[in-house]
Each structure stands twice: as C-alpha cells, then as structure tokens.
Ligand binder design. Structure first.
Ligand SMILES: *[C@@H]1O[C@H](CO)[C@@H](O)[C@H](O)[C@H]1NC(C)=O
Ligand SMILES: *[C@@H]1O[C@H](CO)[C@@H](O)[C@H](O)[C@H]1NC(C)=O
Ligand SMILES: *[C@@H]1O[C@H](CO)[C@@H](O)[C@H](O)[C@H]1NC(C)=O
Ligand SMILES: *[C@@H]1O[C@H](CO)[C@@H](O)[C@H](O)[C@H]1NC(C)=O
Length: 505
C-alpha cells in the first residue's frame, strides 16, 4: 500500500518533469530546478498567501476595539515573548491595508487568506456588549479593496485570538456556553460580509490550541494540574467545543445565508504525516495511531459523526460524548477541509506516558521522533526552522484525507518556512521549499485529490507568538528599522513569476 503510493508519487513527479521540460525548456534560464506549471492547475484554483489579524494588524484598540486573549498573555509575560514590545503596532496592517493590498496584487495571487479579530468587532465578545462600527468598517474596506484588485478573500473567523472577556467570564473554550457567543459573532459576519466573502473557515488549528495550551499548558497561566500524572482532560473538552462551534456556524450559514450568498464554509486543521520509526508492527501501528489522534480527532466527527474508536478506547471517560443531535449536526458540516502543512515526523511506540512530552498527546502511546531507528531524518533539515523538509508528507496527508474521508475539496491554507538569516531578502531556501510543496500538491491532484487552493504562509512577516518576528515568515520583508517598509523577498519575486508568466518564470 505504502510502496505503491510512493511509486505512484515518483511516477507522477516524473511525468510532471517531462511535461514541463517540454513546455518551458526554451525560457528556462534562471530557475532551472523550480516548477513552472501554473497553467497546469485548474484556472479557478486559488493561489494565495495568508496572514491572521492578530499577527499583523496592530492598533487593536483603535476606534473602540477590545482586548484579546493573546494581548493579555503577552502583557503578563512580556519577557518571554520576542518582540513583545511590537504588539501595539505589529506591522501596522490596520493603517496600511491599502498599501498591503497593492503588495498582494504585485504577487499575482488571486486570493488572500485573512482573519477577522473578534474583539475588534465585538469588544467584549457579545452582541449585548455592543458592535464596534469602526471595526466593522475596517474589514468592509479591506474586503472591498481586495475585490477591487481581483483578489478573493478566504476568511478565517477565529484564528487563535478571541476576546479576553469571553475567557474571563466563562472560561473560553472550556465552557460549552461559548457556542452561543461564537454563533452570534458568526451571524454578524455572514450578514455583514457574506455578500462578498465566498470562502469561510470557522476555526484555525483547534488541535494546536487543545494540545499546546491545554494539555501541555504552554501560554496557559491556569493550566489544569495534569502534568504529574499526564492524565489530562481539558484538551478534549476544548476541542469538543471547537467542533460544536464549527458545526453550529456551518448549520447557521446553510440555513440562512448559503442559498443567497452562494459561498462555501469549512474549517482549518493542523496536519502532518507520521512515518513509522521502524518496520516493527508496533511502530507501524503507532504511526497510524498518530494520524488518527491528530487528523481523525476532527475529521471522524466531521465525516462520520463521532470520535475515532481508538481514541474512545485510550482516552476513556475524559473524551466527551456528543448528543445525538450534535452528532447529526457535526456529520457533514464542512463544504471543504483546509489543512496547514509544514513538516512530518517519525512515530515510535511508547507505552510509558511519562516518556511522552514535547507536543505529543500523552494518550496516544506514541512519540514523534526526528530520526528513525537507522538514525536517518525524514528529509533535509531546514537550517532556519530546524524542521525537516518533507513535501511527500503533504502528498501523503492529502491522499490520507481523500481515501478516508470521501474525497472532499481541500485547501492548503498554510505552507511555508522561516528565514532568520542575516539577509532576510535572500531566501532561496524558501523558494525551494514552496516549489517542492507545490510539486507535491500537483502530484496529489493528478492522483485524484480535489485540491482547490494553495496559500503560502505568510504574505508578510508575521508575529509568531513566542518567536515574535524573528522567523521572518513573509514573502514580504517588513523592515522594523525603516518605518516598517515592505520589501519583496526573492521568494516573492519567484512566486510572482510562477503565477503570472505562462511558463512561470
Ligand atoms: C459557563 O458559563 C456560564 C455563564 O454563561 C457559567 O454560569 C458557568 O459556571 C460556566 N461553566 C464553567 C464550567 O465554567
Ligand atoms: C459517554 O457515553 C458512554 C456510553 O454511554 C459512557 O459510558 C461514558 O461514561 C460517557 N462519557 C462521558 C464523558 O460522559
Ligand atoms: C518540482 O518539479 C519540477 C518538475 O516537475 C522539477 O523539475 C523540480 O526539480 C521539482 N522541484 C523541487 C524543488 O522539488
Ligand atoms: C535594526 O538595527 C539594529 C542596529 O543597527 C540591529 O541590531 C537590528 O538587528 C536591526 N533590526 C532589524 C529587524 O533589522
């Protein structure tokens, strides 16, 4: 099975190579080894770049915006955050959105992934607390500016940051009551922007919030004391409520808006592929189990109405139950799946939960590993991210979703790599990274996966939580020593060539 699909993968790549060398040989001067086949993607395929409100906007209180949970976390732990002092301005996207749309236009993208700040629109998270008109106007202006420049917005409704009042008053995603507030917020967005926004995603990477913040307690001042025994339950409650929020929003959109607005709605999950640490049956099973614990945790309820049986067995009573009504509502509640993909790891069986740490789920009886039993890494190490470049993992995730989950439409909403090198404008390694992952995307499409779009993370340098701006994730460099000037990196120029010239140069 595995052998067969890798063989297919190689054959597909080979056929792309042949196709391309025929198509583009004559003009292929500068980027000999890079793919140049934009024309071979469907014409309505979305090629874009992404960002999130919190990571670029700044001026969060301008015109009456409220406080979000991340502002609060940073305020209380400034020393632990690189660039914590840049929080107030970020890259000033709030002020400079018009200029930024021109930068996006230069890239030649037909779509931009953005998110909306809940606390900018509803300062205390609730309708009762009042709507901030200036916040509403900001996103109206941004969306109009994008459309006027031929760029479709793909909007994430909740990208990690939500109103602090929701956290303080009800305990955030630990409390089922959040569904009501989230639903009101979504309804306001559909009503206000749905005439122009045709691609909605409800939530971003719920698994990361659950595992990182609630199971391991990172950036959580109030973590449940589960580290000693490594028996945690909040992570499961949080993800459960994320799923119900998602399904409730989709249900609302389908009932009241979709018919007239004619958009689509899905959710964004974090993805990676797990490769067995050795050929031992227990490691092979561990790799499969981690795929289920990571992807199946969300996708099984979405497509089949309940959590995977293996999670029920291993997590027991700490895994919440859905009511019959919730099961019906969740099953089939996505028009598409959006995945964020960066890298993959090996998976090794581990029966002792005290030896499981890092970002791994204590209940999965497996650890993720950098090296396999032979001491080999999964791909070349990226010197800036410290992660391993493994485009085949993206292909494998896409095939996994196609085969297990009814071949849904898929967007790749994040894919990219940092560049904290001395000259951030020279990012050849990013070009190689993006090119290789677009190759893998194309191979998956050729094997029948319904990939509908690909977005580089990120359009501009973004504030990456504890790492601040140090990773320089953008296609555009933002110069903090020179009035936050935006400067296209080599990768921006490459992406532009790929998207705008027939043969992609
Ligand atoms: C959930 O929020 C409600 C208020 O809406 C509150 O009464 C209740 O105590 C909260 N539950 C938990 C578990 O925090
Ligand atoms: C879920 O339902 C099962 C079967 O009815 C029950 O045994 C289990 O205790 C329930 N779990 C929770 C967390 O309520
Ligand atoms: C991508 O594919 C093209 C042609 O299909 C090939 O020439 C190139 O080496 C590949 N690039 C990377 C970075 O994998
Ligand atoms: C800004 O300039 C200072 C001093 O010249 C330098 O140390 C720093 O690395 C520069 N920062 C950026 C983001 O370029």
């Amino acid at each position: 099975m595995k052998m067969l699909s890798s063989l297919k993968f190689i054959l597909t790549i080979l056929s792309i190579v042949v196709l391309l060398s025929n198509l583009c040989q004559a003009q292929d001067v500068h980027h000999k080894k890079k793919p140049s086949f934009r024309p071979s993607f469907p014409s309505d395929f979305l090629f874009g770049a992404g960002s999130s409100a919190f990571q670029i906007e700044g001026d969060f209180h301008e015109g009456g915006g409220g406080t979000g949970v991340w502002e609060d976390r940073i305020d209380r732990n400034k020393a632990r955050f690189v660039d914590g002092d840049k929080f107030d301005t970020m890259i000033e996207h709030y002020k400079r959105y018009k200029e930024d749309v021109q930068h996006l236009k230069y890239l030649g993208v037909n779509s931009y992934r953005m998110s909306i700040s809940w606390s900018r629109i509803l300062p205390d998270g609730t309708l009762k607390g009042g709507i901030n008109k200036e916040g509403i106007n900001f996103y109206n202006n941004l969306i109009n500016e994008l459309l006027a420049n031929g760029i479709e917005p793909l909007v994430t409704i909740l990208h990690f940051d939500y109103p602090l009042a929701i956290q303080q008053n009800i305990g955030g995603f630990l409390n089922h009551t959040i569904v009501k507030y989230y639903k009101d917020y979504c309804e306001l967005l559909f009503k206000t922007y749905g005439d122009r926004v045709k691609h909605w995603t409800t939530t971003n990477e719920a698994q990361i919030v659950a595992i990182y913040t609630y199971m391991h307690g990172y950036d959580n001042d109030n973590a449940e004391p589960c580290q000693d025994l490594r028996i945690c339950s909040q992570a499961y409650t949080v993800l459960h409520n994320f799923l119900i929020c998602h399904a409730t929003a989709t249900h609302l959109y389908r009932q009241k808006f979709q018919e007239t607005q004619r958009g689509e709605i899905g959710l964004v999950i974090s993805s990676q592929s797990f490769v067995p640490y050795s050929s031992k049956a227990e490691d092979v099973a561990a790799a499969q189990r981690l795929m289920v614990f990571w992807l199946g945790w969300i996708l099984e309820p979405l497509f089949y109405g309940d959590y995977p049986q293996i999670m029920r067995n291993l997590v027991g009573n700490r895994l919440p139950n859905f009511t019959e009504k919730e099961k019906c509502m969740i099953k089939g509640s996505a028009d598409f799946i959006a995945i964020n993909y960066y890298s993959s790891q090996f998976a090794r069986y581990e029966s002792n939960r005290f030896k499981i740490g890092g970002f791994d789920n204590f209940d999965a009886l497996a650890t993720s590993e950098e090296f396999n039993v032979e001491g080999k890494s999964i791909g070349q190490k990226d010197q800036y991210s410290g992660r391993y470049v493994y485009p085949k993992g993206l292909y494998d995730v896409l095939m996994f979703i196609k085969e297990k989950y009814q071949n849904p439409n898929i967007y790749i909403t994040e894919n990219g790599t940092p560049s904290n090198n001395p000259n951030p404008l020279e990012d050849e390694h990013r070009i190689d990274y993006i090119a290789a992952h677009i190759n893998a995307t194309k191979a998956a499409i050729d094997n029948g996966v319904n990939v509908r779009g690909y977005f580089v993370w990120a359009a501009f340098d973004t504030f990456e939580f504890a790492a601040g701006y140090s990773g320089h994730w953008g296609l555009y460099h933002v110069d903090f020593n020179n009035s936050l000037k935006r400067i296209p990196k080599a990768s921006a120029k490459w992406y532009r060539n790929f998207l705008t010239s027939n043969c992609g140069h």
